[in-house]
Design a protein. Structure first.
Ligand code: C2E
Ligand code: MG
Ligand code: MG
Length: 685
C-alpha cells in the first residue's frame, strides 16, 4: 500500500476508536477487532504494536476527548483509552499468533507434501532401476573396489550356471582364465585404483562345473557424490554360442572337407606367419603331387579316388607330427608339408623321404592293392627372406614338376636358376599366341646336300621366334611349349605355308636344277590333327608346288607304337607323293623292324652318329652301326640323310658309308632364304 492508501485504510479504524471512546455504555471489546484488523493489514512489524499504542495513548484523548461528549471527564477518557489499548493489544496479539500459526502450518504442510512427492519419485526411479537390473537380458553385477560381489542379476547368475552363491563365492580378481588377454587385469587394476573410468574386453570365465563362459565384458567405475571411487559395475554379454559358431565357421573355412586337413587358406596363413618371423628360423616345404592320380580317378571312379586321398592324407599327417610341422591339402591330389625351426636344412629332406616312404606301402581299395607314388618339390631357406608365400609356393610347384618330369616318385630341391627357367617358360607359353598373330616367327633354311656331288638338293625349314625381350629364340625353347598348349597346330601350318611358298619361289628362280625339295618338321600333335592331310593338300595346291618337292619330317619317337589310325594320314600323304622322313633316327628305340610298317622314304640319322665320328680314328663300332643302318635302309628302299656334318672328313666318311644326303654346318648353318638361293646359283655354276 502507498502511504495514502494506508492512511485511507487506517482512517476507519481511527474513527472506530473515536466512537468506542464515546460509546455509551462503554465497551472496549471492539478495540480488539481493530488490533485484529491491523494484523490483517500486515502491520506485523515488531514495532507496529508499540507505536500504535503510543499514538493512541498520546493523541486519542487529546484530539477526540472533548469533542464527542463534553460530559466525559478527562480521567474517564484516559481510563477508557487505557482499556481500549488493552483490548486492541489483545486482539492484535491474538491475531498475530493465529496468523503465525497458520503460516507455519502452511509451510509445514507444503514441506510435508514436497517430501512425500520426492519420496514417491525416488521410489519410482528405484523401482525402474530394479526392474532393469532384474529383468535385463544382459548380465549385471556390482562389486566393491576390493572385488567383493555385492549384487548380481538373474541373467548373470544364469550365465554362471544358475546358482547365485557360485557367483558370490568368488572375488572378482580370482576369476583368472588362461586365455585372458594381457590387458584384462591391467585395466582392472587401473579401474579399482580410480585411474580408469571403464574398460571393455572379451573375457572367458570358468563356471563352477569347469565349463567355459565367454563374455563381452564392460566394467565401469561408480563414484560417490564427492567423486571418490566407490563401486565397480560389470555388464556382461554371453558370447559362448556365437564364439563356438565362429570357431566352427572358421574351422570349416580353413579345413578341407574331405580329408579334414588344413586347407590352402590356413596353410597360406601359417606360411605367411613363418615368413614374417624376424629371428633366425628357417622353413622347409614339401609340395607333393601324386603321380598318376588322374588315371586312378578315371578308372576306379571318384568315390574310390576320394578314399585314396583320405588314406594319403592320414599317412601324410603321420609324417609331420613334430611341433612346427604341418600338413595341408591344397586341392585335388596336391598336398604340402611345412616344417619350421632352426635346422630345417636336414629336416626337410628327412620329411620328404618320410613322405615317399609312407606312400610306398600299397593302399587297399575295394579289394585291390594300389601303389601310389608322388613327386615332391622341396623349398628350404631362411624364413626372413624377401620371398612371399605365393613365391615360395610357386617355386615348390615348379620344382615338383621337375621331379615329375624326371620320372616321379622322387623329390627335387628348388634352385633359383631352374625356377627362373620355368618362369620364363611360363612367360613364353602365355606369349605364344600373340606372337603368332604379331608375326614374330620367321624361318631359317639349312641346305641339304648330295654327298655324291655336293649339289644342293633341298633345304630344311627351321622356325625361330624373334621375341621382343629375349631376342631370337631357337625352336628348342618354344616348340615343346607350343606342343603342350596346342599352338603348334596353327604355328606348324604357318611354317608349312611359308616354306612351301618359299620353295615355289626358288623353283621359279632356279628352274634348271633338279626338283628342289623343302623339308618341314611335323610335331606329334600335328600328326594327330584330323585336318593334317586336307590342309597339306590345300597348301600344295594353292602354291602350285608338286607333292614330290615336299618332305615332312617326323621323329621316330612320335611314331613309337603308332597304330594304323595314326599312320593313315601319313600313308595318304605318301601315296600322293609327299616324302616322309624319319627324323633324329637313332635317338629313340631305333626299331629297325618297325621301319617296314612305316610309310617313310627317308631316314635322317641323328647328329649323335656324326659326333661319334669326330674322334680320330673314328670308333669302328659306330662306323659298323652306321654302315649297317645304311644298308638296311637302302634294302628297304629308303634314302639316308645325315645330320650335323661339321667337317669335310665326316662328310667323306659318310659318303663312303653310303649315305645319300647330308646337312650340317660344314655346308651351311641355317640362314635366310636368299642364302639358299645364292648356294643354288653357286651350285649351278
Ligand atoms: P631337327 O629337325 O633335327 O633339326 C636339325 C637341328 O640340327 C637344327 O636345330 C639345326 O640347326 C641343327 N644343326 C644342323 N646342322 C648342324 C651341325 O652341323 N651341328 C650342330 N651342332 N647342329 C646342327 P634347330 O634349328 O635348333 O632345331 C631344333 C629342332 O627343332 C629341330 O630338330 C626340329 O625337331 C625342331 N623344329 C625346328 N623347326 C620346327 C618346325 O617348324 N616345326 C616343328 N614341329 N619342329 C621344328
Ligand atoms: Mg628336322
Ligand atoms: Mg633331326
Amino acid at each position: 500500500m502507498t502511504r495514502q492508501e494506508f492512511e485511507r485504510h487506517l482512517l476507519p479504524l481511527a474513527r472506530r476508536l473515536n466512537e468506542l471512546l464515546h460509546a455509551r455504555p462503554f465497551d472496549p471489546a471492539p478495540a480488539h477487532q481493530v488490533g485484529e484488523a491491523l494484523v490483517a493489514a500486515h502491520c506485523t512489524d515488531p514495532d507496529a504494536l508499540s507505536s500504535t499504542l503510543g499514538v493512541i495513548d498520546s493523541y486519542l484523548v487529546l484530539y477526540c476527548g472533548r469533542s464527542g461528549s463534553p460530559e466525559l471527564s478527562t480521567e474517564d477518557s484516559r481510563a477508557r483509552c487505557a482499556r481500549m489499548q488493552h483490548a486492541l493489544a489483545g486482539g492484535f496479539t491474538l491475531a498475530l499468533r493465529e496468523r503465525t500459526l497458520t503460516e507455519q502450518e502452511a509451510i509445514a504442510r507444503s514441506a510435508l507434501a514436497a517430501r512425500s512427492q520426492a519420496e514417491h519419485a525416488l521410489h519410482a526411479t528405484e523401482a525402474r532401476f530394479r526392474a532393469v537390473f532384474k529383468d535385463a537380458a544382459i548380465g549385471i553385477g556390482i562389486a566393491d573396489l576390493d572385488g567383493n560381489i555385492l549384487e548380481v542379476n538373474d541373467t548373470l547368475t544364469r550365465m554362471f550356471g544358475g546358482l547365485e552363491h557360485h557367483v558370490r563365492s568368488h572375488k572378482v580378481h580370482e576369476w583368472v582364465h588362461p586365455e585372458d588377454s594381457p590387458q584384462v587385469w591391467k585395466y582392472y587394476n587401473e579401474l579399482v585404483r580410480g585411474e580408469r573410468e571403464h574398460y571393455h574386453v572379451e573375457k572367458p570365465y570358468f563356471r563352477n562345473d569347469g565349463t567355459v563362459l565367454w563374455t563381452n565384458l564392460t566394467v565401469s567405475l561408480l563414484r560417490d557424490s564427492e567423486g571418490r571411487p566407490e563401486y565397480q559395475l560389470a555388464l556382461m554379454e554371453d558370447t559362448t554360442e556365437r564364439r563356438l559358431l565362429n570357431l566352427r565357421l572358421r574351422y570349416e573355412a580353413t579345413h578341407d572337407a574331405l580329408t579334414g586337413l588344413p586347407n590352402r587358406t590356413l596353410f597360406f596363413e601359417r606360411l605367411e606367419k613363418t615368413l614374417a618371423a624376424k629371428n633366425g628360423t628357417r622353413f622347409g616345404l614339401c609340395y607333393l603331387d601324386l603321380d598318376g592320380f588322374k588315371a586312378i580317378n578315371d578308372s576306379l571312379g571318384h568315390a574310390a579316388g576320394d578314399r585314396l586321398l583320405v588314406e594319403v592324407a592320414d599317412r601324410l599327417q603321420s609324417c609331420a607330427t613334430a611341433p612346427g610341422e604341418m600338413v595341408a591339402r591344397l586341392g585335388g591330389d596336391e598336398f604340402v608339408a611345412l616344417t619350421t625351426g632352426p635346422h630345417t636344412e636336414d629336416e626337410v629332406d628327412e620329411l620328404a623321404c618320410r613322405i615317399l616312404g609312407v606312400l610306398a606301402t600299397p593302399i587297399r581299395l575295394d579289394g585291390r592293392e594300389l601303389t601310389v607314388r608322388g613327386s615332391i618339390g622341396v623349398v628350404e631357406g631362411p624364413a626372413a627372406g624377401a620371398r612371399t608365400a605365393a613365391e615360395v609356393l610357386r617355386s615348390a610347384d615348379i620344382t615338383m614338376y621337375r621331379a615329375k618330369s624326371a620320372g616321379g616318385n622322387r623329390f627335387e630341391l628348388a634352385d633359383a636358376e631352374a625356377d627362373a627357367r620355368a618362369i620364363t617358360r611360363h612367360g613364353l607359353t602365355t606369349a605364344l599366341p600373340a606372337a603368332l598373330d604379331r608375326g614374330e616367327f620367321f624361318i631359317e633354311y639349312q641346305p641339304l646336300v648330295h654327298l655324291g656331288d655336293g649339289s644342293v638338293h633341298g633345304a630344311e625349314a627351321l622356325v625361330r621366334w624373334c621375341h621382343p625381350q629375349h631376342g631370337v629364340l631357337g625352336p628348342d625353347r618354344f616348340i615343346p611349349l607350343a606342343e603342350h598348349t596346342g599352338l603348334i597346330v596353327p604355328l606348324g601350318r604357318w611354317v608349312l605355308e611359308e616354306s612351301v611358298r618359299q620353295a615355289n619361289f626358288w623353283k621359279e628362280r632356279h628352274s634348271d636344277g633338279g626338283p628342289l625339295r623343302i623339308n618341314v618338321n611335323l610335331s606329334p600333335t600335328q600328326l594327330h590333327h584330323p585336318r593334317l592331310v586336307a590342309e597339306t593338300v590345300d597348301v600344295l595346291e594353292r602354291s602350285g608346288l608338286e607333292p614330290g618337292a615336299l618332305c615332312l619330317e617326323v621323329t621316330e619317337s612320335a611314331l613309337i607304337g603308332a597304330d594304323d589310325d595314326l599312320l593313315k594320314p601319313l600313308r595318304q600323304l605318301a601315296e600322293m607323293g609327299v616324302d616322309i622322313a624319319l627324323d633324329d633316327f637313332g635317338t629313340g628305340y631305333s626299331n629297325l623292324a618297325n621301319l617296314r610298317r612305316l610309310p617313310v622314304s627317308v631316314l635322317k640319322l641323328d647328329r649323335s652318329f656324326t659326333q661319334g665320328m669326330q674322334q680320330h680314328p673314328a670308333d669302328p663300332v659306330d662306323l659298323k652301326i652306321v654302315e649297317g643302318i645304311v644298308s638296311l635302309a637302302h634294302s628297304l628302299g629308303l634314302a639316308v640323310t645325315v645330320e650335323g656334318v661339321e667337317t669335310g672328313a665326316q662328310a667323306e666318311q659318310l659318303r663312303q658309308l653310303g649315305c645319300d644326303t647330308a646337312q650340317g654346318w660344314y655346308y651351311a648353318r641355317p640362314g635366310a632364304p636368299d642364302r639358299i638361293h645364292a648356294l643354288l646359283l653357286a651350285d649351278a655354276v
